[in-house]
Design a protein around this ligand. Sequence first.
Ligand SMILES: [Zn+2]
Length: 379
Amino acid sequence: MMQDFVLPDYKELNIINVLPSLLNLIQNKKSKIRSLEKFKGVDKAIVFLVDGLRLELLNSLLIKEFELEKITSVFPTTTASAITSFITCEEPIKHGIPEMIFYSRKFRNFVDLFNFSFAGEAQNSLYFHGIEEKDIIKVKTFFEKNAKSGIKFYSFLPYQLFNSAYTNMTTKGSLRNYFLDYVDLFQKLKNIVEERANPLTYVYFDNVDIAQHKFGVGSEEEKNEFLLFYSLLKKFLNKIKDTNTLIVLTSDHGQISMKGKVDLSNISLLDKFSLTNPYGSSRVMYFLIKESKLQKVQEFLEKKVGKKAFILTLEEAIKSKIFGTKKPSKEFLDRAGNLLLIAKNGWEFEHEKAYYYTHRFHGALTQEEVYVPLLANVF
Ligand SMILES: [Zn+2]
């Protein structure tokens, strides 16, 4: 049914297996990601989740300090879906977060996850509607699931993201910290490495992703942003020599360069049979179509843009296992619409009435978006 796409490897080589692998290695157990097995018995681990870090960028740089492996993200390759997967170690078909903004049939409204509000409302408004965090992300974080492991979990977020409901939800069960810049971050990390305990530390930052959005995928600015981080990381590695600390760098998704836009506004058949506005992003759009007209709308879209996008019913998408291999959760079915548009190559989709993110360079299933780097070494 679908060609020219990469199916995420949910069994082994996936971002959902990174945190459990690191915990196992500290505990001298088998690693879920087999290539990390040689690091069994490390005392500490730090994982940097670098938003949008592309394999191609790393391939173009001479990285001598780490071994580079290719693993896969999840589908959709959006920040919200991938980070939720990374932190909860669950497939999107279980955690049910497709994007930062999505439609919920249950609430009959658009949820803005980052603001924890209905779309257009003030920040944190969901609390006033009696909706709790566990109604949005039902699955527990890795840190909560392993609270009894005896391992101390730390998380580090940029100061400007520290107080959002979403980052709060995705660091639950860890000792939360913020950092002002890389200098501040590495000073704080050094203090943790010097502890006698066996900590596992998670660090997230989005500077590389921001540079890609501002200046483009493959821009000098993107490269320099990463090199700025990397030069300070190298200094840090020198300072923590012989501490038996495993350092890992990975990413939530890759990025692809855009080659053109397709406008889906004012298509009468689509507008007439849609039960709500389209949502998602310019790379993956979700539609909720009147059930009796679903096939008709699918065939129409297939004819119109089938060369530039996959048009799948939710049922077909579930069968193809792109969202994961498990049984769909109630939350997933509530939010995933019933018809999907997944961009091929570098195509972007627009719709004037959509609640969505425009100018995304990721979200779909091309190899540039699905494959992410896994850099690892012990110091
Ligand atoms: Zn991202």
